[in-house]
Write a protein that binds this ligand. Sequence first.
Ligand SMILES: [Mn+2]
Length: 333
Amino acid sequence: MTHCPESTTPTLTSRHVSLQDVIGLLEGATSATVLCHVQPDADTIGSGLALGIVLERKGIPVQVSFATPDRLPVSMSGLPGRHLLVPAEDVAESVDLLVTVDCGSAGRLGALASRLGGARRSLVIDHHRSNTRYGMFDLIDDSAEATTAVLARLFDLWNVEIDADLAHCLYAGLVTDTGSFRWVQPGTHTLAERLLGTGIDGAAIARTLLDTHPFGWLPMLGAVLSSAVLVPEAAQGRGLVHAAIRCTDSAGLGSEEVESVVDIVRTTSEAEVAAVFKESAPGSWSVSLRSKETVDVAAVAERLGGGGHRFAAGYTVSGPVESAICALRETLG
Ligand SMILES: [Mn+2]
């Protein structure tokens, strides 16, 4: 998803580097900025804070930040390392090494994309297949379940001991990006087992991040779900289900409440593709796409100016939601 104009995107083609090269870059840094994507989720924040903790322990001055919103989502406020977070406007203009985590394009840095130009070196650590390789160096593993899983491998090779604080941050990304261990692969549970072995409370972390909402979430869900639409003929007959969350529906609620809706909508058995249109400001929509087996929603989102993963992607669009739905249906074919 892109939330901001791309005009600040530098025209760089990054060089893919190995885990060992990344260790060299990090070890050699005299100062570091770690940036997470806008409208942060637990994978980008867990990654940013874990990397921040490690750099701080190595004596490297480090700031961690994200452009918007101006406060950390409530569900992530208990993550270790949050003392490293600084408001976006306080992020140093120039730095020795800038690292972005879980951020598929410069646009996803929002206003902080401007800091790429002030960095002596920049490194992109990510797992989005659609990553636009906007840094000088990149470590992009699109086979990884989460960016925190990439960091776990980096820490192992770096001989960084994953203690309970680091494990908490890494588990936060792993449990959320795998949809509570639905989208897993060989090795996912091995990593989870290692992290849990540090003594962290996996149940409490998952409950805090995924299963905690204010009461106002229930009437919002009622209104939004009751207006969902099924279009069986869309996506070459595979089916599309869509729903819209207007500003008036989500007033007073947090991003966790808004982001939760697609996980219910996507369960519709008659639809291969699910789309939730989230109104961020009147007439501005952030769109979450999900698919199950046959439709590559990353490709769909890329054609609409966004990006993501094969089965989970997004983009932004402005104007009436009806036109946005039409454009999506055309793109789906
Ligand atoms: Mn991620």
